[in-house]
Design a binder for this molecule. Structure first.
Ligand code: GRF
Length: 188
């Protein structure tokens, strides 16, 4: 399984996947990391792991479609078979969805269909729900709407601050995402 990881920010999930590959818990090759934010810390993580980084911001292109087409050319050059979004803050459009049907996945820090969008952790916390969790799902044209692959539930301790909830969510993500990718790699 040749994988591209798409990220926009810190990249702790990218790091977890890199470590799972290095520890031979995940039988995949990370062909490249695609980043849309030139200042993102994930770029440093990729460089330290010696993984090629493709940095392409949509605002550098006349149209969004041209940005996606440029990404696709890089993915083809790196012979990418699967795409895992890991904190990628853009909607994936037709060009990539058509090129990678049922081959693009995302991780979301809530129990979809609850709390989709950018603030899944915060919204669950403020809603006062007793449990939340993490979802891995296929990507379609919507925001966090694709078919669910795996979910893990987390009970929210009544005394937790939002920071404590965030930490607990990220711990689950860092374990769950490599596991799910490993499972998908054995199915295909
Ligand atoms: C994660 O919580 C992920 O679920 C969400 O964005 C966050 C990215 O964090 N989609 P990081 O960049 O992997 O640290």
């Amino acid at each position: 399984m040749r994988l591209a990881l798409f990220a926009s920010g810190n990249g702790s999930n990218v790091q977890a996947i890199i470590q799972a590959v290095e520890a031979q818990q995940l039988d995949a090759e990370i062909g490249c990391i695609v980043c849309d934010e030139p200042e993102a810390y994930v770029i440093e993580r990729a460089r330290q792991a010696n993984i090629p980084v493709v940095i392409l911001a949509p605002q550098w292109f006349k149209e969004r479609g041209m940005w996606e087409a440029a990404i696709l050319r890089h993915l083809e050059a790196y012979h990418i078979e699967w795409i895992a979004l890991a904190g990628f803050m853009r909607i994936v459009g037709e060009t990539l969805l058509t090129a990678y049907p049922q081959r693009i996945i995302n991780i979301h820090p809530a129990l979809l269909p609850n709390f989709p969008g950018r603030h899944g952790i915060e919204e669950a916390y403020r809603a006062g729900v007793k449990q939340t969790g993490v979802t891995v799902h296929y990507v379609d044209g919507g925001i966090d709407t694709g078919e669910i692959i795996a979910q893990e539930v987390l009970a929210i301790h009544p005394d937790w601050t939002i920071a404590e909830l965030e930490t607990a969510i990220h711990q689950i993500e860092h374990r769950l995402y490599p596991q799910v990718i490993q499972k998908l790699s054995t199915l295909n």
